[in-house]
Design a protein around this ligand. Structure first.
Ligand code: 6GU
Length: 251
């Protein structure tokens, strides 16, 4: 998979040289390239922002450097790759594990990281008229810019790209995968630590009992912290009534 990132803070993406994704890059499974937006601003101060049209607080990113940067990245794309442009934004659609799975099948992703109050709307309109553009949020809170959100999305997507994670089976038993329940709690040795025991069932050697216990733990934990994730047919009878907008589409 090819991934390009455009940002005024390329240094943020040094984090992606570490760990699993860093190794995948060394092996050539992921080709990640980071571009400095300021290289496409040509005045003395390499200006990338200006005051908002119509007035208001903060600054808006100018369209010209974005146009040059994205044209340059797209000109390098392979002929049949049909790159997908992703603009991290708290105003975007919410990025979920399903989004990560969908995007892991793409050949070429381009992340455009805005700062300040955002990027001039005409940049989105221009590239949406020429190809595929999506605005994506990583949750209902505000970050200072798209860099940290892009790193989160790239890690979530990248680990699903075939050949990145050594044992693909480790991907299916996770929170937000398969049935959408949260993961069961994990333990390792020693069997007793500070008077706290590993649950005896896990040391019993009874694989059926272990599987049952783990599934009970998943349902209990999900009901406690994320009840909206529990499919209706997994709920105890008394909780199957109307739950408003919760668990929509998960029944
Ligand atoms: Cl993608 N960007 C910013 N600036 N804030 C966010 C976000 C993205 N997702 C959640 N908050």
């Amino acid at each position: 998979m090819r991934i390009d990132v455009v940002s005024i803070f390329p240094g943020y993406f040094d984090a992606l040289e570490l760990s699993l994704l860093g190794k995948a890059r060394q092996r050539g499974v992921i080709d990640l390239r980071v571009h400095d937006l300021r290289d496409f601003a040509h005045d003395r101060h390499r200006t990338v922002d200006d005051t908002p049209a119509g007035g208001g607080a903060g600054m808006v990113m100018k369209p010209e450097p974005w146009g040059e940067a994205l044209d340059s990245v797209l000109a390098e794309a392979e002929a049949d790759a049909d790159p997908l442009l992703i603009f991290p934004s708290p105003a975007g659609e919410v990025f979920t594990q399903a989004t990560a799975r969908e995007l892991a099948a793409e050949r070429h992703l381009v992340f455009g990281c805005g700062r300040y109050e955002g990027i001039d709307q005409r940049v989105f309109d221009e590239y949406a008229s020429r190809g595929r553009v999506r605005l994506m949020s990583i949750g209902d809170y505000v970050l200072n810019g798209g860099e940290v959100a892009s790193i989160a999305m790239i890690e979530a997507i990248g680990r699903l790209v075939p050949g990145v994670v050594g044992n693909p089976e480790s991907l299916v038993e996770e929170s937000h995968e398969a049935d959408g329940l949260l993961e069961y709690p994990s333990y390792t040795k020693p069997a007793r630590w500070r008077d706290r025991e590993v649950p005896p069932v896990l040391l019993s050697g009874n694989h059926a009992a272990i599987a049952t216990w783990r599934q009970e733990q998943r349902v209990e934990r999900t009901l406690r912290v994320r009840p909206e994730l529990v499919p209706r047919n997994m709920l105890p009878e008394e909780l199957r009534g109307s739950r408003g907008r919760h668990a929509a589409g998960r029944d």
